[in-house]
Design a protein around this ligand. Sequence first.
Ligand code: ZN
Ligand code: ZN
Length: 342
Amino acid sequence: MRHLFEPRLVNDAFGDPGLYVDFRDERRALLFDLGDITRLPPRKLLRLTHVFVTHAHMDHFSGFDHLLRVVLGRKAQIALTGGPGFVAQVEHKLRAYTWNVVQRYEVALAIDVCEIGVDGGALRARFSSRTGFEREPASTVAPAGDVLHDETVFRVRGRFVDHGIPCLAYAVEEKARVSVGKDRVAALGFETGAWLRELKHAVLTGARGDTPIDVRWRDRGGEHAAVRQVGELTHLVLGVVPGRRIGYVTDLRYGEANVATLSGLLAGVDVLFIESVFLDEDADHAERKHHLTARQAGLIARRVGARAVVPFHHSPRYAGRAAELVAEVNAAWSGAPAPPDS
Ligand SMILES: [Zn+2]
Ligand SMILES: [Zn+2]
């Protein structure tokens, strides 16, 4: 089965961090981090529905202006999520400009901002070009656990790691899908209908075998209805296809607390994008800067059981030495089990 989305780093591994997650069958995309995004052409920026920011250091947030300039007057809505102080940070960005003509744009832009607190609560606000981007309060509904965004086919989860400041690590998860054998449905004398959705949901959520399913459909002969149990119908389901899961982890120090947080968020991810800023010979410097070494990134990838690792956010001091950083990540990722608190 085809995957729902395709993730790609915005810049090379020495450039500003950023992950563009493109949906294959829809003109939409997600963006993680908002640093230098000038490599993304306007048509790609216009596809963005949601932007998730890890923290507001310049290399992760200075691209806000570029994004705003591209979407203003062309796009109706965009949602931004970030950590503590994020609503005020977006507001200050917007206040830095003069907006006396913006109300005249044919396509009004609404920026919905969601600020996640370290207590798991959320502060929301809307800024609309119709009002010159005056701040309007929005609902304060808290996220359900670490699920920061939830749609039918995918979700985005986030948890805070320590970077000297709270910084959000993200997981993008395609939800599991079930495939149904249409010929098997026909062999039972049934036809497809809304009841199949109910059956799929029951299978995905692990419902008991005796859970009743109202099998209803309509054809030329009129309405048909029967009640069957999930257990009787499961052979119609050919298989459960697990969704693809992607981790985006950048700007954190190495330590057991951070590793434990990431293990909970990212266990068994298919692809882990993880910062690998310094070589391990500069581990003291990495610690002072609240960043990971390549070896530490590899150890984290190993602990969470990542099936593939993509290192990025290399320090410019290693220009021309990317291969060493990558080799160090891979050695730790594939090597002997890491001591729990190394
Ligand atoms: Zn950074
Ligand atoms: Zn940072």
